[in-house]
Design a protein around this ligand. Structure first.
Ligand code: 5GP
Length: 193
């Protein structure tokens, strides 16, 4: 998505540890008109699938998932990061290592909101090592639901997440894939439309 690449080049800031900050439009302040275009693009890419639910993880994925869900006319369910897991049987639980916060979270989702009848599109802001998406896939598997695809706004193609998910046959579509980044330059992979 060319407009996204231009926005990342213009407003993104590269921080130590391979972190890209896009706080001005995606992760802190949110440019709703632009994220709405992102939602439309995910619908263009996945709209032919029998998706009846969008799954993401708090916090940054929620807004993107919501604007996307309007085009699919389906609910959004988000996995919650939890301090204390109560193993009472009503929750799916998994563990996710956070790339940005350098810690592992227990992540939960109520069994009420995901079941074997569901056909799920996973949405997230970034794909780096793949831990967040792998955690969501673990929850989908526990629910016996069907994964229809994974939509990512920004994939850091120089990290392993995208490669390992695609090697498992998962349909991962990223709107921008960063090949490499330095303080002064961000290079993107060429993508077909
Ligand atoms: P992964 O689990 O694939 O290693 O990392 C993806 C998650 O970490 C995303 O949900 C995102 O919140 C966060 N993340 C990873 N890399 C970056 C980055 O460069 N910038 C920002 N803002 N978040 C990132």
């Amino acid at each position: 998505m060319k407009a996204l690449e231009e926005k990342i080049r213009r407003d993104g800031q590269v921080r130590p540890g391979n972190i890209l900050k896009v706080d001005s439009f995606l992760n802190h302040q949110m440019d709703i008109e632009f994220i709405n275009e992102i939602g439309k693009e995910f619908h263009r890419l996945f709209g032919d699938r029998p998706i009846n639910k969008i799954l993401t993880i708090e916090a940054s994925g929620i807004g993107i998932a919501c604007l996307t869900a309007q085009y699919f006319n389906v609910p959004v369910v988000f996995a919650k990061k939890s301090q204390s897991v109560n193993l009472d049987g009503d929750l799916y639980c998994t563990k996710i290592a956070s790339f940005t916060h350098k810690r592992t979270y227990d992540v939960i989702l109520s069994k009420k909101f995901l079941s074997a009848e569901d056909h799920v599109l996973v949405i997230d802001d970034f794909l780096a090592n793949g831990c967040a998406v792998e955690g969501l896939l673990d929850i989908i598997n526990k629910a016996g639901a069907t994964l229809e695809g994974v939509g990512i706004v920004i994939e850091k193609g120089f990290q392993e997440g995208g490669k390992s998910l695609r090697a498992k046959g998962i349909d991962v579509k990223s709107l921008a894939i960063i090949k490499g980044m330095t303080d002064t330059d961000i290079e993107f992979e060429e993508q077909d439309d």
